[in-house]
Design a binder for this molecule. Structure first.
Ligand code: PGA
Length: 252
């Protein structure tokens, strides 16, 4: 049984005042949505305040990234041990913006996955192809490579409980979502890849879809056999949209 996970990636958005208003609405709505998991991933600097506000609610806290290094001369970076100061459950690694804008290679993403997992967090590993790669029919190869860079490193034991997020780059922030069938095809491929390492791990690993998910298209996506929730960007900043996505997960 894979519980749906509805995860909000706030990216570099928010302020203490805006976060507080957003969270009040999310917390109130989420209280009526039993049986699914809600997660919010604010910028690092807001983790403390958001932690206070979500304490005792059914909204969990996550981080958007983590340094692959333990400590030292890495100006501007945040280590896994520092994240342990907060009641964090999940850490996103390998988001396409980190890969494309900050040069994170498959190797670095694997290092970050290991840093997060060893600190006791559940990594959310993002994979996804660009439009050029899709047009060249390389989608499965690309996501297989991105997955294998981590799964090949950590193996079955290290991947236990990890979450995968399939996020086609061309669908992120573009309003152009993958169709449920397009997403399902890649999710099924990813699940088969995980199952080839261990059948039980394949069956139990949650695979989220991300890329322009909103309150309207979520139900169609979540109806697919291998889609276990969403990693939500823009719509996570609008409480009515985020909660509508949660409601779709409850109904699925
Ligand atoms: P989006 O972002 O929902 O705004 O497309 C998703 C993501 O980047 O995780």
């Amino acid at each position: 049984m894979r519980d749906y996970l509805v995860a909000g990636n706030w990216k570099m958005n928010g302020s203490n005042a805006a976060n507080s208003t957003l969270l009040s609405a999310i917390i109130a709505g989420a209280a009526d949505h039993a049986g699914i998991e809600y997660l919010v991933c604010p910028p690092y600097i807001y983790l403390g305040n958001v932690a206070e506000q979500v304490a005792g609610t059914n909204v969990q806290l996550g981080a958007q990234s983590v340094s692959e290094h333990a400590a030292g001369a890495f100006t501007g970076e945040i280590s896994a041990n520092m994240l342990k100061e907060f009641p964090i459950s999940y850490v996103i690694v390998g988001h396409s913006e980190r890969r494309a804008l900050f040069g994170e290679s498959d190797e670095v993403v694997a290092d970050k996955f290991v840093a997060a997992a060893e600190a006791g967090f559940t990594p959310i590993l993002c994979v996804g192809e660009t439009l050029e790669e899709r047009d060249a029919e390389q989608t499965n190869d690309v996501v297989s490579r991105q997955l294998a860079a981590v799964l090949g490193r950590v193996g079955k034991a290290g991947f236990a409980n990890a979450v995968v997020a399939y996020e086609p780059v061309w669908a992120i922030g573009t309003g152009r979502t993958a169709s449920p069938e397009q997403a399902q095809a890649v999710h099924a491929h990813l699940r088969a890849e995980i199952a080839s390492v261990d059948a039980e791990l394949g069956a139990s690993t949650r695979i989220l879809y991300g890329g322009s998910v909103n309150g309207k298209n979520a139900a169609g996506l979540f109806a697919m056999a291998d889609i276990d929730g969403g990693l939500i960007g823009g719509a996570a900043l609008k409480p009515e949209e985020f909660l509508a996505i949660g409601a779709a997960a409850v109904a699925a």
